[in-house]
Write a protein that binds this ligand. Structure first.
Ligand code: SF4
Length: 218
């Protein structure tokens, strides 16, 4: 979807009285949609799902981008305290049950956002994973909401071209060899032969956190 198409769609949603929000992981490639949205309407709330396990670099980068783009970023956290996020073995959940850890720290807080809004503007791209390739531009989601995926037809080349053209900032960990940056315990550096999402939950049969599998209706 082009900038103009995105602008038209946002205006249509607003004219229909829809309550919009977006979420961002503040990785370099996420900034393209965020930048376009900030130029269209910087009053759309941007939520940052802060799991408590993120890299300090990501937190600092989020603050830098919020300032540069002139957007208001709101932190969202799990209501379950960290000391309760342990498995039967007494260890933190991400070691034994990452699906449940993601559910508590990402899916549940985002589900609460859906309950208060109508449209979730989400930057997934079809070229990121098989799950995402099967998505549609507009797709029903829980609580009578819709997910809107304006970046679905963008590929990595287009993303990095936009970043260069608009001189967008880069996540400081890109230069250290990280391509897909999530929580610290579940992210590793890319090997040259790896696909982008394989750098997450390495060694597990998991490439998605649940936001794009649980919070979607077919
Ligand atoms: S990515 Fe890892 S640490 Fe983060 S919420 Fe999921 S399992 Fe927990």
């Amino acid at each position: 979807m082009t900038f103009q198409e995105l602008e038209t769609k946002i205006k249509e949603y607003k004219a229909d009285g829809k309550k919009l929000f977006t979420t961002s992981s503040f990785q370099t490639h996420s900034l393209v949609m965020l930048h376009m949205l900030s130029r269209i309407d910087n009053s759309i709330p941007v939520y940052f799902i802060n799991t408590g396990y993120l890299f300090p670099d990501t937190i600092a980068f989020k603050d830098q981008v919020a300032k540069e783009f002139g957007i208001k970023v709101l932190d969202v956290k799990s209501s379950m305290p960290r000391n309760m996020q342990v498995g039967n073995d007494g260890k933190l959940l991400f070691t034994s049950d990452p699906d449940y850890c993601c559910y508590i720290n990402k899916t549940q807080p985002t589900d609460a956002l859906l309950q208060e809004h109508d449209i979730w503007i989400n930057g997934v791209r079809a070229d990121q994973s098989a799950v995402r390739a099967a998505m549609k531009v507009e797709q029903p989601a829980p609580h009578n909401t819709f997910r809107f995926h304006p970046m679905l037809d963008w590929n990595a080349k287009m993303i990095f071209q936009y970043i260069r053209e608009h001189n967008l900032p880069r996540h400081p960990m890109d230069a250290k060899g990280y391509m897909s940056i999530g929580c610290e315990p579940c992210t590793r550096k890319m090997d040259p032969e790896m696909q982008e999402r394989e750098a997450r939950w390495f060694g597990m049969k998991k490439t998605e956190c649940g936001l794009h599998t649980d919070l979607i209706s077919k």
